[in-house]
Design a binder for this molecule. Structure first.
Ligand code: GLA
Length: 436
């Protein structure tokens, strides 16, 4: 096929495809196996942690019984390594018979019976990233139909073992095939990762039309370095990425790793805060059966979740990078509210940060701020009021800021109080700004 034919075909496909089936008006929330459980298929020696139906049932039970579902964590998503190495006699993908003896449809029923939704993984290409059967252009329709027949609610469509032309054809075709099944399924596309994540190679407006969310960048790992690297890349490229997001179309900086081995409590708060600012999917990959309370409190922080799930769906931005490695992030929210995150990328000691809302481009007016992780409220702020925050190394202070006159609206939010106040606050003469 010549380049012109490919372009024409693409134009045709994108005219006939629209993934606007009303799903994911706010970023998806749930749990996914990959970062924590990877491709552990050793059920003999590691029965608790291997990829098999019991693991997903266990996580579904935890989501329901431990208060996750009522907060919105509803998707249980199978990642790579669920498949049998061979398709069945009708050419359909099938699960590994030993690790998923009940089949995916039965697992979907178990999950649906608990008011949750099931996600599954497939790969545009000859093989998945771990070498299981892939979905090639000629099997897209049958795979979409198979997933629909099993009652799948969400597809993560990876892109290992394919070339850019196959991806350019395959991702829109899968969108069309999912739509054609008549079953509403959320569609997560890894396409951008495989073509560098940025325009002109990535067409974010086309992606927003065909996918509900997309992975833009490298895989998250269980470390603060990895979280920082992802945040840095998203912020450095925010002019290209931030406008692409909105209800039904989300950038995906990858899973929440809170509750695993790599993050301190401060770093875990930082991941939660920054994922809320970025309007990122809140998809945890951790062991919900063994989660300490600090991780649970962070992931179940109702205000952080409410900020992430704000109905306007505007992705936030990095506003400032100070020379002393303090950064400020901001996201506009409904009801004239906003969220601010003050991140310290320092590695020495808690740093004092002096600023005012005016310095952060807020309009004149009176504001209140709720400190999301300490549960304290700052009243009597106006734009020029100077305040000082203490920010822990590789930690954040996160504020939910709202105009004073609408403060009653915040009474509907049930705040999580889990730590004493961390900041000092003082009023300064109007117009007085502290220079850093
Ligand atoms: C890729 C994806 C990961 C995960 C693995 C599975 O690396 O980016 O999120 O799905 O494949 O093999």
């Amino acid at each position: 096929m010549g380049p012109l034919a490919v372009t024409q075909l693409l134009a045709l496909i994108s005219l006939t495809v629209a993934m606007d089936n009303g799903l994911l008006k706010t970023p998806p929330m749930g749990w996914m196996a990959w970062e924590r459980f990877r491709c552990d298929i050793d059920c003999k020696d590691d029965p608790e942690n291997c990829i098999r139906e019991d693991l997903f049932r266990d996580m579904a039970d935890r989501l329901v019984e431990d208060g996750w579902k009522e907060l919105g964590y509803e998707y249980v998503i199978i990642d790579d390594c669920w498949m049998s190495m061979l398709r069945d006699e009708h050419g359909r993908l099938q699960p590994d018979p030993f690790r998923f003896p009940g089949g995916i449809a039965k697992l979907a029923r178990y999950i649906h019976d608990r008011g949750l939704k099931l996600g599954i993984y497939a790969d545009m290409g000859t093989h998945t990233c771990m070498g299981f059967p892939g979905t090639t252009l000629d099997t897209i329709n049958i795979d979409a139909q198979t997933f629909a027949s099993w009652g799948v609610d969400y597809l993560k469509f990876d892109g290992c073992s394919s070339n850019p032309i196959e991806q350019m054809l395959g991702y829109p075709l899968m969108s069309k095939a999912l739509n054609a099944t008549g079953r509403p399924m959320a569609y997560s596309c890894s396409w951008p990762v495989y073509v560098g994540g940025l325009p002109p190679k990535v067409n974010y407006s086309l992606l927003g039309d065909i996918c509900h969310l997309w992975r833009n960048y490298v895989d998250i790992q269980d470390s603060w370095d990895s979280v920082q690297g992802i945040v840095e890349w998203f912020s450095n490229n925010q002019d290209d990425l931030q406008p692409a997001a909105g209800p039904g179309r989300w950038n995906d900086p990858d899973m929440l790793i809170i509750g695993n081995f790599g993050l301190s409590v401060d770093q875990a708060r930082a991941q939660m805060a920054l994922w809320a600012i970025m309007a990122a999917p809140l998809i945890m990959s951790n062991d919900l059966r063994n989660l300490d309370n600090s991780a649970r409190f962070i992931l179940q922080n109702k205000v952080a979740v409410a900020i992430n799930q704000d109905s306007m769906g505007i992705q936030g931005r990095r506003l400032l990078q100070e020379k002393n490695h303090i950064e400020v992030y901001w996201r506009p929210l409904s009801h004239s509210a906003s969220a601010l995150v003050f991140l310290s990328r320092r590695t020495d000691m808690p740093s004092l940060y002096h600023t005012s809302l005016a310095k952060l481009k807020y309009d004149t007016g009176n504001y209140e701020a709720y400190d999301v992780f300490t549960g304290s409220t700052v009243t009597g702020l106006n734009a020029t009021t100077q305040f000082t925050l203490s920010i822990n190394p590789s930690g954040v202070v996160m504020w939910y800021v709202y105009p004073e006159q609408t403060s009653k609206e915040t009474e509907t939010l049930h705040y999580q109080h889990n730590k004493a106040s961390q900041f000092t606050f003082h009023k300064a003469e109007p117009g007085h700004l502290t220079v850093l």
